[in-house]
Write a protein that binds this ligand. Structure first.
Ligand SMILES: C[S@@+](CC[C@H](N)C(=O)[O-])C[C@H]1O[C@@H](n2cnc3c(N)ncnc32)[C@H](O)[C@@H]1O
Length: 260
């Protein structure tokens, strides 16, 4: 029998929304996504629009008018994945490599501000580009997230970036969306994976099977790293996982010796 994907998407969407609003999705977010919501990315489709603060939504629309904006700087499915996982894992510390002008950053900040995690919250985001950072700062502040973030204006592989980010570690979530090649992502993971707490989540953009398209090397570098470091994870991509955006994403979890 042919699946009715609209109905399926509405079904998962309503369950997720319900659970989120009751704050129930707290334990083992990774397993939950794997087992209860296996690869129904369309369920995320309108989650974001309904869940972010109205002010965040307004700024997202304003960003889209900026001449620097490009569609899918982070695609909506990966944005939703980030948003959901931050809330489910009750994150308080998040690191991003690759700010651009703050599109994913804004969604991360919105989710972080809603997360029930205990302790001081901080979103740290790294990008060597001054112009983009000044735009991001403007958008973040306008959205009301002034005290919730730190911009680190250095290349991720530099010792300056490492020193400026390690002081906020360990992180609950690390999101990588920076220079898009295998050598770079391995370098970044060698520096930053140790800053992820045990059981923390690693999310990488552009990890799909892009077959020679630009950014296709991210997957290669990532695969090498996760194999060597025994990182458990899923690749979300168009071919493998029912209709994911073509750029693809990776969601992995750092091994936790206490919880497995
Ligand atoms: C695709 S954009 C990021 C999009 C952003 N995550 C969003 O959703 O709006 C890639 C960004 O990575 C930055 N970048 C390039 N090389 C980098 C490096 N070595 N370290 C950190 N960021 C880098 C670029 O300046 C650019 O802003």
């Amino acid at each position: 029998m042919e699946r009715d994907s609209k109905k399926e998407s509405d079904y998962y969407s309503s369950i997720l929304k319900d659970r989120l609003s009751k704050g129930k999705l707290t334990e083992e977010p990774y397993n939950l996504l794997m087992n209860e919501y296996p690869f129904v990315p369309s369920c995320f489709k309108d989650l974001l629009e309904n869940q972010v603060f109205p002010k965040t939504r307004e700024i997202m629309h304003e960003m889209k008018e900026d001449p620097l904006h490009f569609p899918d700087s982070t695609d909506h499915q990966t944005l939703n994945l980030l948003f959901t996982m931050i809330i489910l894992s009750k994150s308080t510390k998040i690191l991003q490599l690759g700010t651009w002008m703050g599109f994913s950053g804004l969604v991360i900040l919105d989710a972080l501000s809603k997360s029930d995690g205990e302790g001081n919250k901080m979103f740290v985001t790294v990008d060597p580009n001054d112009l983009q950072h000044s735009k991001a700062m403007n958008f973040f502040d306008k959205a009301g997230f002034k005290k919730l973030y730190q911009l680190v204006t250095f290349a991720s592989e530099s010792s300056e970036a490492e020193n400026s980010t390690i002081k906020y570690s360990p992180y609950d979530v690390i999101y990588i969306d920076s220079a898009h090649n295998d050598v770079q992502i391995i370098k970044e993971l060698e520096i930053y994976f140790k800053m992820l707490r045990n059981g923390g989540l690693l999310i990488c953009h552009d990890s799909g099977d892009l077959n020679g398209l630009p950014n296709s090397n991210v997957r290669k570098g990532l695969k090498e790293f996760i194999k060597k470091n025994h990182v458990e994870g899923i690749f979300f991509d168009k071919d493998g996982k029912k209709g994911w955006h073509f750029t693809g994403a990776f969601l992995g979890k750092k091994y936790d010796p206490l919880r497995g």
